[in-house]
Design a protein. Structure first.
Length: 228
């Protein structure tokens, strides 16, 4: 799936928003936690920003390394808990990355790892969906069905809920390749934390701002926190 992920997840308007914050905060060295296939990292590298991208999925990093400007990025196979000593200006987590940490211990270890990678006064910026908006109610085949051209093939895809046991929501993506009829499925679970819970978890940080995501107004929190 890593090879076709970008085509299926086109229209990442959120990335320009993060690129603008890099400029806003004057960050010269950025850590992209859960960088996936490297879309944001390569975008920032194109603009002359020094970037470190870390992700636990080796197949995603393989795709990332094949992109334009990828040679300017330092790629690390791992996560925020396994980083070498760093002193970055800004750490970011885009998309649903902050919600894949299901236990308190996993999330706490990630926050601690990000804090250790930041220089004093460095910022941590990430987004997480507001559970009050109940986004999962639209994770149905009717709402998510699409047919996407991908490198000479066509992929039909849709999502559907598996279970809602708050704070956990599980869902399945189904992908059908027209060329050979192959069907792939991908199951995921996200944890929905409310604003107070996230704020309480940011130990060692001062919360500067909680913004809306321009690409999903009213649906997400975008936290801006500074390492104390």
């Amino acid at each position: 799936m890593a090879a076709v992920y970008d085509a299926l997840d086109a229209g990442r308007d959120d990335l320009e928003h993060y690129a603008a914050m890099v400029v806003e905060f004057g960050a010269r060295l950025v850590l992209d936690v859960g960088c996936g296939t490297g879309e944001l990292a390569c975008l920032l590298a194109r603009d002359g920003v020094e970037v470190i991208g870390v992700d636990p999925a080796a197949t995603s990093l393989e795709v990332a390394r094949g992109k334009e400007f990828a040679e300017r990025v330092r790629w690390i196979h791992g996560d925020a808990t396994t980083l070498p000593p760093l002193q970055v200006d800004l750490a970011v987590m885009t998309g649903n990355v902050a919600q894949v940490f299901l236990t308190d211990d996993e999330w706490s270890a990630t926050v601690t790892g990000v804090r250790a990678a930041l220089k004093p006064g460095g910022r941590f910026v990430f987004e997480t969906r507001d559970p009050a908006r109940r986004a999962w109610e639209e994770w149905t085949r009717d709402h998510t069905h699409q047919v996407t051209p991908v490198d000479g093939d066509t992929v039909e895809s849709w999502g559907e809920l598996i279970s809602v046991e708050l704070p956990f929501v599980s869902f399945r993506g189904t992908y059908v390749f027209a060329s050979d009829g192959a069907v792939l499925t991908s199951d995921s679970t996200l944890r929905f934390r409310d604003r107070d819970e996230v704020e309480a978890s940011l130990v060692g940080f001062t919360i500067d701002d909680v913004r809306e995501a321009p690409d999903r107004p009213g649906k997400e929190f975008v936290f801006v926190a500074t390492r104390r």
